[in-house]
Design a protein. Structure first.
Length: 457
């Protein structure tokens, strides 16, 4: 059924009257018919996003095609298995596609059981394994620094500003695209995350319908201020005026940017900077080119990993990222250590500084007057000493100049290996990168400890 909400309510009431009067004969109700009735009830009774309803409609069209004329009373496990096998083998449907279809079918048949149209839901007996969710992998320290340097060196562009925001604050894609200048508080160095710009090109509340303030570091504030000035001049050339409701990340028409178009550009940008690639993969008997690499959400994951790994309490991280809940144990434990949002912002600012001197985003005037490619630099305040654990066969290895040996021991796990703990001082992420290069192996951040495999003698 298609129409207004009033039409849907009238149809729902008519269906209920049929049930109460005994006219809804289970021998005459087909699976697709019940599916659309379920869809109308779902739109009325649940506060779901338009994207969810659109996804439901796509799956119900498949139900119409593959289960046309099948009565609810005739749907069986053997019929479902036969149809799903045909979809996989003859029509190239992926395991994920079959799982999604069966999930919708199962909800439809749950309604059938609830309304006494059948006694059992056979969809729940189907063995369709849930596809494994793509594992979220944060950027390594070196990758984050390299990306940060590229954002500094490339021409200022709103799409790059969105990437910077995600790296510096952990905002979601829709939140970055939906941010307007009204909610950028330069005086207090923070942004207010109230809306998201969704795939259906609509400005909506955030994912969990909870707004939040997120602190930003001084480098990010200058970066945004510079971009605001640049964008205002470009709008002025077009005879337009920048207003508080102008999107921070706007398209060529100075309006909100289409999320799908942005993601296409973002993947190309990541490929250009070594953070992704295109490869051919066979799926459902067909070869398709697909993107493999980091996506926008990995920037958010990188923010959380860096903060927690560097000692910011989970409660502050939870509030910064806008998570609705955390585990009870973590929530109770972190509640006593909350209130470190400013510390979180400053830490991300330090981590995102690049170059030997700790380059930051230049101020508006400096950016406007500098030749292309030049960047202002700023000194980095010294950080607290951190402990570096070195594991390897060389007992005489010093990880970096000035490191002081604290403890040494030998661990035997099939072979002899020296485990040494050094105390060092780092002032920026660039220093950590230098340690990694000197050690010749990746760095792993775990709390206040940085672990690196030592080079062989």
């Amino acid at each position: 059924m298609h129409g207004t909400k009033s039409d849907a309510r009238r149809a729902l009431e008519e269906y209920r009257r049929e049930l109460e009067s005994g006219f809804a004969n289970p021998d005459k109700v087909t699976v697709p018919e019940l599916g659309w009735r379920w869809h109308e009830q779902r739109k009325l009774l649940k506060n779901l996003s338009p994207l969810t309803h659109k996804t439901d409609e796509c799956e119900l069209k498949k139900v119409e095609r593959w289960f046309a004329g099948v009565l609810v009373s005739d749907l069986s496990l053997s019929l479902l298995n036969m149809v799903y096998a045909d979809l996989r083998e003859e029509h190239g449907m992926s395991q994920s596609g079959v799982h999604k279809l069966n999930a919708v079918m199962s909800q439809v048949m749950d309604l059938a059981v609830k309304e006494h149209l059948t006694e059992h839901n056979p969809c729940r007996d189907v063995e369709v394994s849930r596809p494994r969710s793509a594992e979220r992998t944060p950027l390594t320290l070196e990758e984050a620094i390299s990306l940060c340097q590229a954002l500094h060196d490339d021409e200022l562009d709103g799409r790059r500003v969105a990437i910077w925001l995600a790296l510096a604050t952990g905002v979601r894609r829709g939140e970055a695209l939906g941010l307007t200048w009204r909610y950028v508080d330069f005086d207090n160095m923070r942004v207010f995350i109230k809306y998201q710009y969704t795939k259906d090109k609509t400005l909506r509340e955030t994912k969990n319908r909870r707004s939040r303030w997120v602190a930003i570091d001084d480098g990010t504030a200058r970066y945004l201020r510079t971009w605001k000035a640049v964008r205002a001049r470009r709008m002025q050339v077009q005879g337009l005026a920048q207003t508080p409701d102008t999107p921070v990340r706007s398209d060529s028409d100075f309006d909100f940017h289409d999320p799908d178009n942005f993601s296409t550009w973002q993947r190309g940008y990541f490929i250009e900077h070594g953070l992704g690639r295109m490869e051919e993969a066979e799926e459902g008997g067909r070869k398709r080119r697909r993107y493999v690499g980091y996506d926008f959400h990995e920037l958010r994951h990188t923010q959380a990993t860096f903060l927690i790994g560097n000692g910011i309490d989970p409660k502050s991280v939870q509030g910064r990222l806008g998570h609705e809940v955390s585990s009870m144990t973590m929530d109770v434990y972190a509640h006593m250590m909350g209130g470190n949002d400013r510390e979180a912002a400053d830490l991300m600012g330090r981590l995102l500084r690049t170059g030997g001197g700790g380059q930051e985003a230049p101020g508006e005037e400096a950016r406007a007057n500098q030749p292309a490619g030049e960047r202002a630099t700023a000194a980095v305040a010294p950080a607290e000493p951190v402990r570096l654990t070195v594991v390897g066969p060389n007992p005489d290895l010093c990880p970096c100049p000035g490191a002081k040996l604290v403890e040494r021991e030998v661990v035997r796990d099939g072979r002899a290996a020296w485990v040494e703990e050094w105390r060092i001082t780092v002032s920026s992420a660039a220093d950590l990168l230098e340690i990694q290069r000197g050690a010749g192996a990746p760095i792993v951040i775990d709390g206040s400890r940085i672990t690196v495999m030592a080079r062989e003698a």
